[in-house]
Design a protein. Structure first.
Length: 309
């Protein structure tokens, strides 16, 4: 890629990220210098492209979203998912049809021990790239296995579960190891020689949700659209998560399984904790990409070239 091309793509991306970060009223009132990208973008209710499977409920193609630069994210190149350890044979056949060449697993070893490794088409293995959950999975197991309502209330009630989630999201930004895992995945996605890639965690909503938010923003997808993709996990996971809570109550392990809802859901408040930390540490999203994740301008340009048409 020529230096001129890199400079052009990077300049457009930086401008788009600034425009996308403005409040809606300010964006519409932006001066002529930023109005070109703003005019090109036509807010649409883009379809979120779920891949329906029996053993995973939050599998999606990240393609199809419009960008501030007038482009559209290509489909069939990047997928986000919850864990693939419970895929049926029919699911494996469906996943095979996606043509994946890489699967990145953000789960920590404890999650793998309890939930099992991914079940994937022949010839495809997961790359383990653990992102810390600040001990959430172990805490959750401990709370449920105690079977004691008072202990469960003490561990998860009174806003403690929500505070835990906000802390986890902050460490997506502050944790050097976490940043390194996200950055490595973005570099692989940008690689022109890398085929379709899927990344996932356990529920496909927090670590995977942040990764997806960052990728979409890096592609100049408007912030409100990237946020809508993030919040959509609540829609796709609602029935399954309610079934889990009902099972825990029926089994007697939890008298009040609704204590789990703050841990099962994604919330604007959680995402805000990460973006506020990003602003505090780096001053803005573009600086987070370059200084926080260590992505150079060539990598950012390659992301645009590969994923936006």
């Amino acid at each position: 890629m020529s230096r001129a091309r890199i400079r052009l793509v990077t300049a457009v991306l930086a401008s788009a990220l600034v425009i996308a970060a403005l409040p809606a009223a300010a964006a519409h009132a932006a001066p002529a210098a930023g109005a070109t990208a703003s005019r090109r973008y036509h807010p649409l209710t883009e379809t979120i492209r779920q891949i329906p499977l029996q053993g995973a409920v939050n599998v999606r193609d990240l393609g199809g979203y419009r960008t501030w630069t007038g482009g559209q994210v290509r489909q069939g190149l990047v997928y986000r998912s919850d864990a693939l350890s419970k895929l049926t044979q029919a699911d494996i056949t469906a996943v095979s049809g996606l043509g994946l060449t890489k699967v990145v697993d953000f789960r920590i070893p404890t999650e793998l021990r309890y939930d099992g490794a991914d079940r994937l088409p022949a010839g495809l293995t997961s790359t383990s790239r653990p992102v810390s959950d600040l001990g959430l999975y172990g805490t959750l197991l401990g709370a449920i296995s105690s079977g004691d309502p008072a202990t469960q209330e003490q561990m998860l009630g009174g806003g403690r579960a929500e505070a835990y989630m906000r802390d986890i999201y902050r460490t997506f930004v502050t944790g050097p190891e976490n940043r390194a895992q996200f950055a490595a995945t973005l570099r692989e996605i940008a690689d022109g020689g890398q085929g379709p890639l899927l990344y996932h965690c356990t529920s496909g909503k927090d670590r995977t949700g942040w990764m997806s938010y960052v990728l979409l923003r890096a592609l100049a997808v408007p912030e409100d659209t990237a946020t809508r993709d993030y919040l959509a996990s609540n829609t796709f996971r609602a029935a399954y998560d309610a079934q889990v809570r009902a099972g825990l109550k029926q089994s007697g392990r939890m008298q009040n399984p609704d204590l789990l809802i703050p841990l099962q859901e994604v919330r604007q408040d959680y995402l805000n904790a990460a973006t506020a930390q990003l602003a505090a540490d780096y001053g803005g999203f573009y600086a987070y990409l370059t200084d926080g994740l260590g992505l150079d301008v060539r990598t950012l340009a390659k992301l645009q070239t590969k994923l936006v048409r």
